[in-house]
Design a protein around this ligand. Structure first.
Ligand SMILES: [Zn+2]
Length: 264
């Protein structure tokens, strides 16, 4: 096996691997986007109605990439394990990929559902205003799927193959929060709306990248959805809200406190 550890090639090799890693993340993002397309439209529908120029360019790009990577793969002898990953970060690459994939998914889902989403009703705003700022209540948009359900994310199959068999059961959840767009698998209840709005506040205060990073990191440690602090906090604030004689409190203040204390 070729060793680069103490050769002069070490720097170019490190540089090359970092560029390869970057390319791989971009490919993963393209993979996610294509999978979304596949979930939403049949091949027949795409063949009939897709713009020919874009379709041709996409197919050409995919073929060219396939050809390029296959050529390299064919040069590898089966017995050569290749250079080992940098010892300092054996798990960083999969986590970075997972974070990238999840945050891309969240943004795409937001864009997908936004055109069909509606502002909160005055009745819901009135019920939620003691706990959330008027700015947030004005900004949030909601969709009620009424019978349909948000399909599982495209990267679930890969995640399961990696051993994550306790992934959040998205089709069984009451609602999903995609930044400021909340999609309800069932009809809106005060409890499910409150829960979703807590996530919206978390997204707003942390930003989608940091939210995803915290979620994925803690999910990878605990492997269960309910023990992720971002979730646990939403559940505990909902039970505070549902107390028989609830006191007013600001969800924004609570989330700010948890961020400040590093509890997420
Ligand atoms: Zn939740």
């Amino acid at each position: 096996m070729y060793s680069y550890q103490d050769s002069e090639d070490r720097v170019p090799v490190l540089q090359m691997n970092s560029e390869l890693e970057h390319a791989q993340l971009e490919l993963l993002s393209a993979h996610c986007a294509t999978h979304q397309l596949r979930l939403h439209y049949s091949a027949d529908f795409l063949a009939r109605f897709a713009r020919r120029d874009i379709l041709h360019k996409s197919a050409e790009a995919a073929s060219a990439l396939h050809e390029f990577y296959s050529t390299i793969k064919n040069k590898i002898t089966p017995s050569d394990p290749g250079p080992s990953p940098e010892p300092s970060q054996p798990t960083n690459v999969p986590i970075a990929q997972a974070i990238h994939c999840v945050s891309t998914y969240l943004r795409q889902q937001r864009e997908y559902y936004l055109p069909a989403a509606l502002p909160l009703s005055n009745q819901h705003k009135a019920r939620m205003w003691p706990y959330f700022s008027p700015a947030l209540l004005d900004q949030v948009r909601v969709v009620e799927l009424q019978g349909q359900r948000v399909p599982p994310p495209p990267f679930y199959a890969e995640a399961r193959a990696l051993g994550f068999d306790q992934l959040p059961e998205i089709t069984h959840m009451e609602s999903l929060t995609f930044l400021d767009v909340v999609v309800f698998n069932e009809t809106i209840t005060e409890r499910s709306l409150f829960h979703a709005l807590v996530h919206s506040v978390q997204f707003q205060m942390l930003g989608v990248e940091r939210y995803t990073e915290l979620f994925v990191q803690s999910f990878m440690k605990s492997k269960t959805h309910f023990t992720v602090p971002l979730e646990a906090h939403a559940f505990s604030l909902v039970s505070k809200f549902l107390r028989p004689s609830p006191e007013r409190f600001s969800v924004e203040d609570h989330v700010r406190q948890w961020i400040g204390d590093g509890r997420y």
